[in-house]
Design a protein around this ligand. Structure first.
Ligand SMILES: [Zn+2]
Length: 99
């Protein structure tokens, strides 16, 4: 589906190849660049709380997009997901671009 999908936790960098992953879908009101790949989605890099993270930009035809989610973050554990969410909520600069 996504050619260059990383197999690591976007928060701590742990390898997630053979393990269960946790995802957080978010809305992102800023329009994305790359119109040529918008249909299929792509991987993007963002900065949350001063930390570089990667996220999936959902393709126009994907179920996630149809459910109203524009970005999906992937984690190796619930701990990482919660920590990320806390940081995201504190990171107002980034948060203001959501919803
Ligand atoms: Zn992790």
């Amino acid at each position: 589906m996504y050619k260059k999908m990383p197999t690591e936790c976007c928060w701590c960098g742990n390898d997630t190849t053979d393990s269960e992953v946790f995802t957080i879908p978010v809305k992102f009101k800023k329009d994305t660049e790359h119109p040529e790949v918008k249909l299929n989605g792509y991987i993007t890099n963002l900065e949350v709380g001063g930390k570089k993270v990667w996220a999936i930009v959902t393709g126009l035809n994907s179920e996630a997009k149809q459910a109203g989610n524009d970005l999906i973050f992937m984690f190796c554990s619930k701990d990482c997901a919660y920590e990320f969410k806390d940081t995201l909520e504190e990171d107002m600069k980034f948060y203001n671009e959501l919803f």
